[in-house]
Write a protein that binds this ligand. Structure first.
Ligand SMILES: [Zn+2]
Length: 224
C-alpha cells in the first residue's frame, strides 16, 4: 500500500510502472479498483492504462533530464560559437600535431612527445594570445627560442615559442585579436619558421586542437 499512499500524497505526480507491475503480480484486485477510482477523481492526471503500466509515465517533455541537458548543451555550444573560449594564435594550418611525432632535428627516426602543435605561419606574422590573460613569462632559451607564456582563467596557461621577436613584457594583460605577443620566427630548436603553441591545464598539456574547436568552427562558418 506504500505505492497507493505515495500516489495519494502526490496526486499531481506520476505513477511509475514498477508499482503497477507489483500490484498486478500480487493480483490485488482491490488495489486496481482503488487506482481506477483515483484516476477518475484526479481530473488533471493522465489516463492510467492498467494493461500497459509503463505507458502511463508521461512527463511533460520539458521536464525530462535528457531534454534539459540537451538544451544546456545547445546553449553552451551557441555561446562558445559566438565567444570561443580559445582563439587560434596564428592564422595558418597545423604542420605538426599534438603528442607523438618524429623529432624534427634528428637524422635517425626518433619519436618524441610534442606538448603542443606547430602552426606553419610565415616568418614575421602576428602571434595573438589564445584567450584573455596575463603574461607570466617572456624570455629565451635553447629549446624554445624566444617564447611567451600567458596565464588564463580556470587554471589554463599557454605557450608561444620560436618567436622572431617578443612584443609584450611580463605582467602585460593580453586580449585575443587585440594584443600582439610577438612575431613568428625560427629561434630555438626549430628547422624553419613556425609557431609552437602549447596549452596547459594545471600544468598538464592538453590537445590545443580540441580547445580550438569552437573557433575552428566559427572560422569555417563565418570566416573570423
Ligand atoms: Zn612544436
Amino acid at each position: 500500500m506504500d505505492f497507493l499512499n505515495s500516489i495519494l500524497a502526490n496526486p499531481g505526480l506520476y505513477v511509475w510502472g514498477n508499482g503497477m507491475k507489483e500490484a498486478r503480480a500480487d493480483g490485488d484486485a482491490k488495489l486496481k479498483s482503488h487506482l481506477l477510482q483515483l484516476e477518475k477523481s484526479l481530473p488533471k492526471a493522465k489516463q492510467v492504462d492498467l494493461e500497459k503500466p509503463l505507458s502511463i509515465v508521461k512527463r511533460p517533455w520539458k521536464n525530462r533530464l535528457a531534454i534539459k541537458l540537451l538544451l544546456i548543451a545547445i546553449f553552451v555550444s551557441a555561446l562558445f560559437f559566438l565567444f570561443p573560449p580559445f582563439y587560434w594564435p596564428a592564422n595558418a594550418p597545423v604542420s605538426s600535431g599534438f603528442l607523438f611525432r618524429l623529432a624534427p632535428d634528428s637524422r635517425k627516426l626518433r619519436l618524441e612527445i610534442h606538448h603542443g602543435i606547430d602552426i606553419a605561419a610565415a616568418k614575421g606574422s602576428k602571434v595573438n594570445s589564445t584567450a584573455i590573460g596575463l603574461v607570466i613569462e617572456a624570455g629565451k632559451n635553447d629549446e624554445l627560442g624566444n617564447y611567451v607564456s600567458v596565464q588564463h582563467l580556470l587554471g589554463f596557461h599557454s605557450l608561444y615559442a620560436h618567436l622572431q621577436e617578443i612584443d609584450v613584457a611580463k605582467g602585460s594583460i593580453v586580449i585575443p585579436g587585440v594584443s600582439v605577443l610577438g612575431r613568428v620566427g625560427s629561434t630555438g630548436r626549430a628547422t624553419g619558421p613556425h609557431l609552437h603553441f602549447g596549452l596547459f591545464f594545471m600544468n598538464v598539456p592538453v590537445p590545443p586542437g580540441v580547445a580550438l574547436v569552437f573557433h575552428s568552427l566559427r572560422k569555417r562558418i563565418i570566416g573570423i
